[in-house]
Write a protein that binds this ligand. Structure first.
Ligand SMILES: Cc1ncc(COP(=O)(O)O)c(C=O)c1O
Length: 388
């Protein structure tokens, strides 16, 4: 989808400078086609599952509309995401509600509308969900978010099911939590939820999750709990390089056997990153090129305010010049914000003659890019545009 034609970078056939002509930099541009392809691939790998797109990865309305039209569901963690999902056309029965601090307004809105499930993050949340269900006069469909205590091969900030994590219910409380939900007239237990972390690319991690899920289902069934649905959460990663990404088919091959013979009726997935990361580029403009300490610093007009991932996780994104040029020389691409962490990309190869006014494309920025953008240093939020 990103190609050079006559030395100019194109996104799905559109010259990036044309996009920049109508928009202030920095801005995000997305390939709708790629999002649609990835959505179809995920659904094909799990034809009977609810594939609920995690809006935290990207909540740009045109992408949400396309995902809703493709038959996906949505995973939301706030009233704002709930509203965005509803406005994009996701039916309530295809929306799952996550979060370790769901607001009462989110609880009430989602229960009243008949959300697919609310993932219970703590036994302490039960009275709040009961109260919300009573307030709206409708029972709440609840899944238990179990934390099996798994160390995954990903950045520590992206581990959410490790021992000691503040997400999910620890093993010692699983059975009591299930009984408490079963005993509440206002709650209907629909199954178990897991989310092992984000940016998981190693098959061994998915095997570890599969084993943990199987053991959890068996343990709860032995305690007399019926488990209708398993929600595997999100987490499928992308390589952020030229190397191919793991696929939903790979995931299906790993996870399938772990549910065999357990009598589980339904499955849910909550992918975010895998569906949209590759579809987005962040386009920034060079403001200044500085030679100092034996290095070339290319300062651009969008940094950790527009794309937080490098500063937050040490994430590496490829950076391509919009106008191709040789020879290439090393450059460190830095943002405009007053933080030493505001480095978009350390040591990338960029044209030697790069000058103020030139455009750069930061690749694979479609997930956790615009959705995490912020107004630090009083900068405006980046605009977003979809290429059809
Ligand atoms: C509960 C839950 N589900 C789904 C996701 C989406 O994860 P990813 O974008 O890695 O697929 C997240 C993000 O961390 C999450 O916290």
């Amino acid at each position: 989808m990103l190609t050079y034609r006559q030395g100019i970078l194109h996104l799905d056939g559109r010259p990036v400078p044309d996009l920049a002509a109508g928009l202030p930099t920095p801005f995000y541009a997305y390939s709708l086609r790629l999002v649609q392809q990835r959505a179809a691939a995920f659904r094909q790998a799990f034809p009977d599952a609810l594939v609920a797109f995690a809006l935290k990865a990207n909540r740009f309305a045109p992408l949400l509309h396309a995902l809703a039209r493709a038959g996906l569901g949505a995973d939301v963690v706030s009233l704002g995401e709930w509203r965005a999902a509803r406005a994009a056309g996701f039916p309530p029965a295809r929306i799952v509600v996550n979060g370790n601090a769901k607001s009462d307004a989110l609880l009430r809105a989602s229960i009243a509308a008949g959300a697919h499930s609310l993932n219970l993050d703590a036994v302490e949340e039960i009275p709040r969900i009961v109260a919300a269900a009573r307030a709206v006069g409708r029972p709440a469909r609840v899944a238990l978010r179990l934390n099996p205590g798994l160390d995954m091969h990903t950045h520590p900030h992206l581990q959410v099911a490790a021992p000691g994590s503040h997400f999910g219910i620890p093993p010692a409380q699983w059975v009591d939590a299930a009984r408490a939900v079963q005993q509440a007239r206002e709650l209907h237990l629909v199954g178990l939820h897991f989310h092992a972390g984000s940016q998981l690319t190693a098959a061994q991690d998915w095997h570890a999750l599969g084993r943990a899920v199987r053991e959890a289902v068996q343990r709860l069934q032995a305690a007399g709990v019926t488990v209708d649905t398993v929600n595997w959460g999100g987490g499928l990663g992308v390589t952020y390089t030229d190397a191919p990404d793991p696929t939903p088919q790979d995931l299906a091959a790993v996870l399938g056997p772990y549910l065999e013979g357990l009598g589980v009726q339904g499955q849910v997935f909550e992918p975010g990153r895998w569906l949209v990361a590759r579809a987005g580029v962040l386009v920034v403009r060079v403001v200044q090129v500085k030679h100092a300490w034996g290095r070339r610093f290319v300062a651009v007009d969008g940094g950790m305010n527009a794309l937080l991932r490098p500063a937050l996780y040490g994430a590496r994104h490829r950076v391509w010049p919009v106008r191709a040029g040789e020879p290439r020389q090393p450059a460190t691409v830095v943002g405009p914000n007053c933080e030493s962490a505001d480095v978009l990309a350390p040591e990338v190869a960029l044209p030697a003659d790069l000058a103020p006014g030139d455009l750069l494309a930061v690749l694979d920025a479609g997930a956790y890019g615009a959705s995490m953008a912020n107004g630090y240093n009083a900068r405006p939020l980046p605009r977003e545009v979809v290429v059809l």
